[in-house]
Design a binder for this molecule. Sequence first.
Ligand code: TXA
Ligand code: MG
Length: 333
Amino acid sequence: MIKSGKDIIFASKLIRDGKLVAFPTETVYGLGANGLDAKAVARIFEAKKRPSFDPLILHISSIDDLETVFKKPISPLIFQLAEKYWPGPLTIVAPKTTKVPDIVSAGLSTVAVRMPSHKVAQKLIKQAGVPIAAPSANLFGRLSPTQAQHVKEQLTTIDYLLDGGTTNIGLESTIIAVSGNTIEILRPGAITPDRLQADFPKVKIVASSTEKHIQAPGQLKSHYSPRKPLYLYDEMPEVLPAYAGLLLFEPAPIPEGAQSKIKLLSATGDLLEAASNMFNALHDFEADRSIEQIYAVKIKEEGIGLAIMDRINKAAYRFTHFVDENGISEGEG
Ligand code: TXA
Ligand code: MG
């Protein structure tokens, strides 16, 4: 579905007026507001019921916009990363300028920035003429939206929704923090650690340390949950009851007499395809009244499998552990 230029111009005016516009990106739908307007950004937190300790991502449409959001001197590595992966699913965290309101970064001295490749997102940001602050367009802790319909179901108080069909990647961007010659992966995504290392052999790539204070809900143990119990299996379960829905990332032998509904996310075992279908399938199971429980069979945590397992582990966590409404388990936070 292609949006006409008229809709995007209308939406960009709303952004400049401090209103909320949900829009498609190549990863998931975002809920956008003028990223330089603290009051507009406050409305995002309200609409999502998002805790204020959770900072947002600023979306830009040109490398020149970096100087508005990142404090000088901007590290040459940041420009190299931007050249290589933007527009695309990589978010870079670095020290912010004073132009970026504290509410965007939840009081942190750093800000997260990315340049989306989706044409509707690019046009919207360009027309608005300001960086657009946008978290995923879901209620806090719920499944991420990969279709306009998912946004409609969860967010009823927004001003406008640009429908761009189903998102292509279907998983939120990779988030990295850059300091000196080190890249820390704060949230895995389509840009994998292997790919970063291959493209930047001299840079040290480290996984986010879990001992540190949690900076991103992407780092919480519980997040992205369906409203039905989700249980993970190391291997195909021996019994599949009729009330269960089974999520399979790659082809596997189905037990004899299995009665459950099965969603194979990629018939050829292509994990990129499986990643792009994951949230869609979870939304479908969530809406299907004949299903009471969702099962998923784990895959190896390598390549894009790292991002897939990150999301599915967090989606399943609350069904086997105690967590409060902010997704924080005992001893965490
Ligand atoms: O693909 C995406 O990144 C989507 C689309 C809409 O662009 N957006 C998205 O936003 O996933 P959200 O808000 O759901 O996730 C943003 C993550 C949060 O976990 C947040 O805590 C983290 O980025 N983040 C933002 N600023 C940060 C900072 N200064 N330091 C560390 N993490 C930060
Ligand atoms: Mg989110």
